[in-house]
Design a protein around this ligand. Structure first.
Ligand code: HSE
Length: 297
């Protein structure tokens, strides 16, 4: 008895959608194979990344255990987690593993929960990784496409339509940013004027996405709540943002809590010259930079 599924990487904190708006990527993520085994223990077989082997410290098995408690299943599992991207990148690695585990368990045990009902269990894994129950990676990973999240327990959120001719470029400099630390940089309160501007930008971004208005997306993809405090964790952030916008990026932002950054482009734009510029820019600083070009899915 075993089930194999793919849980995509995701980009959260899209512009003014801090802790609210995220989307799923295509082609990168976790492939999870879940099999029943005798006894009650969980065994982890990790491929492609160095992730905790202790089931109490691994986001996938913590989420799995929370789900199994709820459905009253006490058997053991072997979970094989094949990661095609690095944890700590800002691409929702913990969400991919946690979502993949609960989604696979729901299939394997034939428990019949909806994807929305599975979200809180995946968040128990996310909580372990980041110390906070934000759903802007878990929900898009679970549901696909663009998802806005209002609350997580129970899940309250919805999918948003977006232009299919949009692609995303992920720029991933090899520096370490821990989500827990990046959250610690944020102010606990914001002035009313800033809250209003953030809400207005969110209205503009959503309208731009749903009507495929690239100018609106570019104009309103601005964040007041996280990006100004966190960008100092990413060397060269301002230069990379400027060069992307000069190369017709339709908005630019930190992906999650970083260090990855992302920019939207029209699907047919050749990004090789831009990637070369950014690669050389980081190489001059002694930092390797990787890129992913992906559709939104
Ligand atoms: N919304 C979350 C944060 C995403 O910025 O802390 C990081 O996983």
């Amino acid at each position: 008895d075993s089930v194999k599924i793919f849980a995509p990487a995701s980009v959260s904190n899209v512009g003014p959608g801090f802790d609210i708006l995220g989307f799923a990527l295509e082609g990168i993520g976790d492939t999870i194979t879940l099999s029943k085994r005798n006894g009650q223990a969980y065994l982890i077989d990790a491929v492609g990344a160095d992730i905790p082997q202790d089931p109490e410290k691994n986001v996938a098995t913590v989420a799995l255990s929370s789900f199994c408690k709820e459905v009253g299943y006490h058997g053991g599992f072997l979970i094989r987690i094949e990661k095609s991207f690095t944890p700590g990148s800002g691409l929702g690695s913990s969400a991919s593993s946690a979502v993949g585990a609960v989604f696979a368990a729901n299939e394997l045990l034939n428990t019949g929960m909806t994807k929305e009902e599975l979200v809180p269990f995946a968040l128990d894994g996310e909580m372990l990784a980041s110390g906070h129950r934000h759903g802007d990676n878990v929900a898009p990973c679970m549901l696909g496409g663009f998802v806005a999240v209002k609350s997580c327990d129970p899940f309250d959120g919805f999918q948003i339509s977006y232009p299919k001719a949009l692609k995303v470029l992920i720029l991933f400099p090899d520096v370490l940013v821990k989500t827990v630390e990046a959250r610690g940089l944020l102010p606990r309160e914001v002035p009313m004027a800033q809250a209003i501007e953030q809400a207005a930008n969110m209205a503009g971004l959503i309208n731009g996405l749903t009507t495929a208005n690239y100018q609106m997306i570019r104009k309103y993809m601005k964040d007041q709540l996280a990006q100004p405090y966190r960008k100092k964790l990413i060397p060269g952030y301002d230069d990379v943002e400027t060069v992307c916008l000069e190369n017709e990026a339709i908005g630019f932002n930190i992906s999650g809590s970083g260090p990855a950054m992302f920019a939207f482009f029209k699907a047919d734009q050749n990004l090789e010259p831009l990637k070369k510029w950014v690669k050389d820019f980081y190489e001059a600083k002694g930092i390797a930079c990787r890129f992913y070009e992906s559709a939104i899915n």
